[in-house]
Write a protein that binds this ligand. Sequence first.
Ligand code: OGA
Ligand code: NI
Length: 375
Amino acid sequence: MAVAASTVNGFSLTPVSKADENYHRPTDLKAFDDTKAGVKGLVDAGITEIPRIFYSPPENLNSDDVSSETQIHIPVIDLDHIDKSTVDRVREASEKLGFFQLINHGIPVDVLEEMKDAVRRFNEQETESKKQYYTRDLTMPLIYNSNFDLYSAATTNWRDTFGYISAPNLHNPASLPEICRDILVDYTKRVMEIGKLLFELLSEALGLNPNYLNNIGCSDGLAFVYHYYPACPQPKSTIGISEHSDTDFITVLLQDHVGGLQIRHQNKWIDVCPVAGALVVNIGDLMQLITNDRFKSVNHRVVSKHEGPRISVAGIFSTLVLPSNKLYGPIKELLSEENPAIYRETTVRDFSIQFRSDGLGTSTLKHYKLNQAEV
Ligand code: OGA
Ligand code: NI
């Protein structure tokens, strides 16, 4: 017998407790998408139980698998005074954890605060005003939706996101929503500057000319995703962002004070604790590919919490699916007889299309391994 679905705001989504063999996930996904109101819309409607599409069995979330080894924490690197030891720290973090935090990076605290506030304003404006931006059409200047991989992912994430491609410039900034336009443009410029500096430090850390990574185009593309993770009534049964690695060269992330970001290290989850005023940097798959596995693109996730909303802004150094014919493979200068290339060459577009078709949580890199038998 089919069970009655709960009705929220005129649409029906099956709650976790009412699921039976007649449950038809695609119907609920479509109903949720059609609201164009995201997870925030569910919270606004006063739900007290997460709809079944968000449910992820607790054993899949292995939430108590968190490392108690307090000695492992993500290095905090001070950019106030850059010297050889800065390069050494960047190298060590990129080789071991794939993550580090930056302080004294030059972006004033009030700009960081305004950036997070703009994400909050966008998500907390009237649903009717926000709906016009809700789309899965990648050619739109601003893409707002919940779960970019809604129809392909195994579990739906407790998160709404909007994003745009800021470099190379495709759209006139005037097409961005007024509620957040100025800060989006300002913050973009500042993250681009930090990115260029980071690529210099990473080049030096690899023993290359400081301009190497910028010259081969690592900073040609910069896109942003602005995440809004509403407070969750059943945080242990769902996830904010599923375990994944980033497909870009590097990501520069601003997170607020709520926390929840974790990285997988030696099969344990380690918290990336919020540090006021800091930016989190992580190595992406394309960087792992061109460094022939020397720098690590490490899996990470965001757990849901009762507390919220949590806001984060990820600056993604990649041209993503934009037309590209530049080929990226392991950097020749880093290869030797003892260290032969383990990946084949790819364009950023090819790599990004592969990721889009696989969805979050799958390894894009494995498709590019030369010796598939090792996978
Ligand atoms: C991402 C990501 C983490 C966060 O956007 O790829 O991992 O803290 N975000 O939102
Ligand atoms: Ni990520």
